[in-house]
Design a protein around this ligand. Structure first.
Ligand SMILES: [Zn+2]
Length: 398
């Protein structure tokens, strides 16, 4: 069995190991050593990268028998001793995220009675899912702050982190946060005097090296509470980026960062008011053109005027124009409003016009992938531009 050097020393960046086996795996090779400091994907922590001799390590995994395999891009000779070097930036990041996760899961357990089930250590963010008492899937902002404060206070006190293989007797006496998933060679990580958890991962030797834990989001996920967070350098990089974005936004709006939400609210209100005024003006213009639209509209054989067109304005404008046109008598109006790929439709008629607006609109919608319907004298819907052509054809045909 491969001797896993990171158990004894998670800070080991370089080591020597003997190649016991090197087998072909597609375009690459898989290598087994007598000893290795490379961490294989397990317990939610991703594998280490780096080099073995001249070969680049692309993946590290454990097989069913517990052997560690290194997938490499170039063949190594069996029997040779190679120097392994670990990509330390990647590994230390994983150590920070992993230890931060223990502390957060522990805080949630003590403060909220939460049982953490899964860890996902992603490229950008880390997440854990937990069962809370009474099936809660939400926490208050105060509870979130309490978790974050609890963890960061312990980080600032730089509480020690110990990781070791206790004897069976010793293990029985440890107040583990949850039952171990293995029965033999149980490794335990202890953080301060609170967190005891069976774990085969890599962690720094004290909490201060985690630097900072920042919770980004707490939301329900599949009946559990999901906490999304970042630790260590990731947290600094993220806060720096967000800080810069906030300052960029506040400079553009010539206000302070504190005043941004108020400012954005004011701008939204102003935009709504300006949009309302613009639409009113558009409707007014539409109504001014109504008479000419009515006079120039094609006539059906039964003397009904058919007005089918796309207008510049919103639904209120379309409704007002349709009411004006049909109010002049002996007319059917099918109007499309909007400027996106999907338009909004109004179909309306004068009492004298024998057209079923609801039926005509729903048929045109079905034929063109839109939707809509309504009464025989008034109907509304939405759909593509082709829907207007389909409506025109149907109404002219009668
Ligand atoms: Zn761990």
């Amino acid at each position: 069995m491969t001797l896993r050097l990171y158990y004894e020393n998670p800070y080991l960046k370089e080591f020597e190991g003997k190649v016991l086996e090197c087998r072909r795996a597609g375009a690459e090779w898989e290598v087994r050593l007598d000893r290795s400091a490379f961490y294989p994907t397990s317990g939610g922590q991703p594998f280490d990268t780096g080099v073995l001799g001249e070969s680049r390590v692309l993946d590290v995994f454990v097989d069913k028998s517990g052997e560690v395999w290194h997938r490499v891009d170039a063949e190594l000779s069996e029997g040779e001793t190679v120097t392994g070097k670990i990509d330390w930036e990647r590994r230390f990041d994983h150590m920070q995220q992993h230890a931060g996760e223990h502390m957060l899961a522990n805080a949630a357990w003590r403060l909220l009675g939460g049982h953490t089930i899964g860890l996902h250590l992603g490229k950008e963010e880390v997440s854990i899912d937990m069962d809370l008492p009474e099936g809660r899937t939400h926490i208050t902002p105060e509870e979130l702050h309490a978790l974050e404060d609890d963890v960061n206070q312990r980080i600032q006190r730089d509480v020690p982190i110990r990781q070791w293989f206790p004897t069976e007797e010793e293990l029985k006496a440890l107040p583990l946060r949850k039952a171990p998933t293995v029965t033999e060679h149980v490794r335990v990580v202890q953080i301060g005097t609170e967190e005891y958890c069976a774990c085969g991962g890599t962690h720094p030797s004290s909490a201060g090296q985690i630097g900072l834990v920042k919770i980004l989001e707490a939301r329900p996920s599949k009946g559990k509470l999901r906490l999304i967070f970042v630790c260590g350098r990731r947290a600094c990089v993220l806060l720096r980026k967000e800080h810069e974005l906030l300052h960029e936004a506040s400079e553009k709006l010539s206000t302070s960062v504190e005043n941004l939400p108020t400012m954005v609210g004011n701008i939204q209100a102003e935009l709504r008011e300006v949009t309302r005024q613009r639409n009113e003006a558009r409707t007014e213009m539409l109504l001014q053109g109504a008479e000419a639209m009515y006079e120039n509209a094609p006539l059906r054989e039964d003397g009904i005027r058919v007005i089918c067109r796309q207008i510049s304005g919103d639904m209120d404008g379309a409704r007002a124009l349709a009411a004006d046109l049909t109010g002049r008598g002996y007319a059917v109006a099918a109007l499309a409003a909007g400027d996106g790929p999907r338009l909004q439709y109004v179909v309306s008629r004068s009492p004298e016009a024998g057209v079923d607006c609801g039926k005509t609109l729903s048929q045109a919608a079905r034929a063109t992938g839109g939707k809509g319907g309504g009464r025989s004298d008034f109907a509304q819907g939405a759909g593509p531009a082709e829907m207007l052509e389909a409506l025109k054809e149907a109404i002219l045909k009668g």
